[in-house]
Design a protein around this ligand. Structure first.
Ligand code: NDP
Length: 241
């Protein structure tokens, strides 16, 4: 029996890298997409043996071409993990249209751009898993992140609506909302800010990327077939949605 193919966007660093590795360990044939950091992608590929594919999820045509290449190499994708994401944080009165657009294009339109080209194949095969990494800040809103909070909240609306369309075709569509996880994105904030973040997390620590990866592996499994349109909040008790 050939293994199922999983495609992880932003799958070479941070949470995405942990997801790629966890899916590989669970028996999937994994493709890890990334945007531009060739050095990190090469290191990830050397360390894990997982093939890497470079394109921007913000561009529909690039996604369609990238997906076609992955499917030619590894077979039809049955698990899509929409993990790629960026921040362009600033207070709203200082936010430029470009900062708004970049975040919406990657974090929200990127989810459409990746899911849409794969949807027809999943429907035909009567099986699919679409798992999107949203954020606690899409659930509660975060000052300095109007663009990011809007995009991540949009991901939740996307998930709930598409779940209804996929249900009869055996496709589940779910989201995970991580709280603060120890990755480059969070370690890049000043230490003082990070300490104040940790003080707001009831379990008293940042999350680990592997803790999000384990949620993905569960949602991807056959056993999770009755779960669709759902959001798993993995945030150390910081927010109850
Ligand atoms: P990182 O910054 O560590 O990694 C981001 C990954 O996404 C990289 O592989 C990067 O590629 C890729 N990427 C960025 N833009 C694009 C694009 N346009 N097309 C394709 N790939 C792209 O992020 P995290 O691991 O911290 O975050 C992963 C996801 O989890 C994001 O969606 C984020 O919003 C979400 N999240 C993170 C939290 C955290 O605490 N870290 C909390 C809640 C949600 P490259 O290496 O080439 O730059």
């Amino acid at each position: 029996m050939t293994s199922k193919t999983a495609l992880v966007t932003g799958g070479t660093r941070g949470i995405g890298a942990a997801i790629s590795v966890a899916l590989k360990n669970a028996g999937y044939s994994v493709a890890a997409n990334y945007a531009g950091n060739d050095e990190a992608a090469q290191r990830f590929k050397d360390e894990t043996g997982i093939p890497v594919y470079k394109w921007s999820v913000a561009e529909y045509e690039a996604c369609a071409a990238g997906i076609a290449q992955v499917e030619a190499d590894l077979g039809p994708v049955s698990v899509l993990v929409n993990n790629a994401g960026i921040t362009r944080d600033t207070l709203f009165h200082k936010m430029t249209p470009q900062q708004w657009r970049e975040v919406i294009d990657t974090n929200l339109s990127g989810v459409f751009n990746m899911t849409h080209p794969l949807w027809g194949g999943m429907r035909e095969r009567k099986f699919g898993r679409v798992i999107t990494i949203s954020s606690i800040n899409g659930q509660k809103g975060q000052l300095g992140q109007v663009n990011y909070s809007a995009a991540k909240a949009g991901d939740l609306g996307f998930t709930k609506a598409l779940a209804q369309e996929g249900a009869r075709a055996g496709i589940t569509v779910n989201a995970i909302c991580p709280g603060y996880i120890a990755t480059d994105m969070v370690m890049a904030v000043p230490e003082k800010v990070r300490e104040s973040i940790i003080a707001q997390i009831p379990v008293g620590r940042l999350g680990e990327a592997e803790e999000i990866a384990r949620c993905v592996v569960f949602l991807a499994s056959d056993e999770a077939g009755f779960i669709t349109g759902s959001t798993i909040s993995a945030n150390g008790g910081q927010y109850f949605a």
